[in-house]
Design a protein around this ligand. Structure first.
Ligand code: TEU
Ligand code: CA
Length: 539
């Protein structure tokens, strides 16, 4: 058994969590001041989005020095203090490791750019023009070609994200050595592990237009494990878009000595038109969601470990996306919490999720901060889309939705800052905030807290076998967990109309574990479920 199998992780996006000095930007001292709150919630680890030195073209995911802290966030002394203060509360700090690319302002790239003979040239991916144009059709996730022309040397460099995020050349052994050295610098500080940004891309073969899951990917990860965290009791979670259960086993089978687990995104893409971009939506089919999540729950066995999440800093808020953030705000937020937290795997809570923070719609592109949305807007405008249409895409899927400042209380700027926040605060902060959640026994926060406690107290939550209940109407998501002769049943009504059903011939139960309605179900063979009604019982 590993500590991270029983843990609950909380993701902090530092820029938007808590400002301590009134400059409108969240910082490390701000996080330290909120550790008691996180301890009260009951989480065991914090995944800290990047805090390294960065020109912030992509909010810290463009790193110019891996061993320095972004000035706006504080100092290395603040970082050391955060690790210590978290440790006092039995909370580990998991660092974000962004090593598919650096910033173009990183010393390595500044050198590399000086010319073909520079010793750092080969740290990055350079190619000659083909017929006076880009080497091939590879596209950047942030719109446009993935190749940027460098006038001085007459070559192109590869950037799968922004042009200020040149891709590192992992085939160069020196690059790998530099990365291991940097990782050990952090491990020696006593961190709790790493979340590995777009790690599926590091084995890329750009000439063959292969980006994800390249042939040497797992070789590199085994080398990384041996040279760095393999020697520590830490957790590692890889961000792997496009992973199937078979691929996830390659990463997380304990026998292979790679990672603890991966983030898979199959469920997250279900409302996207197949083969199209993230902006091109289709309605979610609850049956598909059930199938996909059940498949992941049952297919890893002992050859892998699941991560469980609905939200992160790249995704719209789940309560706005697949729930109802108005009439059934509390009910649907709790439904997502209960459904996910009673599954098998390590749950991740994204800041503000535990109080039901919602998307914040915009009216005009001038309100947008995120490079992904800004670039997409320009590209689709040029392609003939209407402004209103593109704004609707951004309101549905834009990353700023999840990045608005944390709503702490009903004072100005939601208690996030005494200055001008770097990104607008959601207008609903007077209603949706931490202080309100802490005073209300039936709050979303208290639902999360109860779920975390259930996980701590009941091995069935961590280890139990998962079984999907299939003989139910489409909007009902029901499953069983089984462990050492005990069974739990979780039932959720994903819809906004009342549902009548009986589940799997059960009539009674022995214990009600959690529910999001105050009226309690007594007879399992005659259930009448209200909109988003969700409960869990021990049979
Ligand atoms: O995200 C990877 C990634 O592919 C995202 O950009 C994703 O495609 C998009 O947001 C879908 O909604 C990671 C980080 O989580 C993200 O914040 C970074 O921008 C990106 O890598 C580059 O480092
Ligand atoms: Ca600040």
């Amino acid at each position: 058994m590993k500590w991270w199998q029983t843990a609950v992780v909380y993701q902090i996006y530092p820029r938007s969590f808590q400002d301590s000095n009134g400059d409108g930007i969240g910082d490390l001292q701000g996080i330290i001041s909120r550790l008691d709150y996180l301890e009260q919630l009951g989480i065991n680890a914090i995944w800290l989005s990047p805090v390294y030195q960065s020109p912030n073209d992509d909010n810290g995911y463009d790193i110019s020095d891996y061993e320095a802290i972004m000035e706006e966030f504080g100092t290395m002394a603040d970082m050391d203090q955060l690790i210590q203060e978290a440790d006092k509360r039995h909370i580990k700090i998991v660092m974000d490791l962004v090593v598919n690319h650096t910033s173009d302002e990183h010393r390595w790239f500044i050198e590399a750019r000086k010319g073909k003979d520079n010793p750092y040239r080969d740290y990055y991916v350079w190619r000659d023009p083909v017929a006076g144009d880009v080497p091939n059709g590879l596209r950047s996730t942030f719109s446009g070609s993935a190749w940027e022309f460098d006038e001085e040397s007459g070559q192109y460099y590869l950037h799968l994200f922004s042009k200020k995020q040149p891709d590192l050349n992992w085939e160069n052994e020196q690059v790998r050595q530099e990365v291991w050295k940097m990782m050990n610098f952090w491990l020696e500080k006593g961190i709790g592990g790493f979340r590995l940004d777009v790690i599926d891309l590091v084995g890329k073969l750009p000439d063959q237009s292969i980006t994800g899951n390249g042939p040497k990917l797992h070789e590199y990860l085994q080398e990384m494990n041996r040279n760095t965290f393999g020697n520590y009791d830490v957790m590692t979670v890889g961000e792997t878009w496009g992973a199937t259960p078979e691929i996830a086993k390659l990463y997380s089978d304990p026998k292979r000595d790679e990672l603890s687990m991966v983030f898979q995104f199959e469920h997250i893409g279900l409302d996207q038109q197949p083969g199209k971009d993230k902006w091109d939506l289709q309605p979610l089919q609850v049956n598909e969601l059930k199938q996909v999540l059940a498949k992941w729950q049952t297919s890893l066995g002992n050859e892998g470990w699941n991560s469980l999440f609905w939200n992160n800093h790249d995704l719209p808020r789940i309560v706005s996306r697949w729930g109802n953030d108005q009439q059934y705000h509390v009910e649907s937020a709790k439904m997502f919490a209960i459904l996910l937290h009673l599954m098998k795997g390590t749950p991740y809570i994204y800041q503000g999720e535990e109080i039901g923070m919602t998307n914040r719609p915009i009216n005009d592109i001038s309100e947008v901060a995120d490079i992904e949305s800004i670039n997409m807007y320009a590209e689709r405008l040029a392609a003939g889309y209407q402004k209103e249409e593109i704004i609707a895409f951004i309101n549905a899927k834009g990353r700023d939705n999840a990045r608005t400042p944390m709503q702490w209380d009903e004072t100005e700027n939601a208690g996030f800052t005494t200055g001008k926040p770097w990104l607008y605060v959601n207008d609903n902060y007077k209603k949706i905030n931490v202080s309100q959640n802490l005073t209300d026994n039936n709050s979303i926060f208290n639902c999360y807290k109860t779920l975390i406690q259930l996980r701590k107290d009941n091995p069935i939550v961590v280890w139990g076998e998962f079984e999907l209940v299939t003989d139910v109407p489409e909007p009902i998501f029901a499953y069983l967990r089984h462990h050492e002769g005990i069974s739990w049943l979780v039932v959720a009504n994903f819809g906004e109309v009342e549902q009548q059903l009986n589940v799997s011939n059960y009539t009674t139960y022995t214990k009600l574990l959690i529910s999001n309605y105050s009226k309690i179900q007594t007879n399992l063979s005659e259930l009448i479920l209200q909109p988003y009604e969700t409960f869990a019982v021990q049979l």
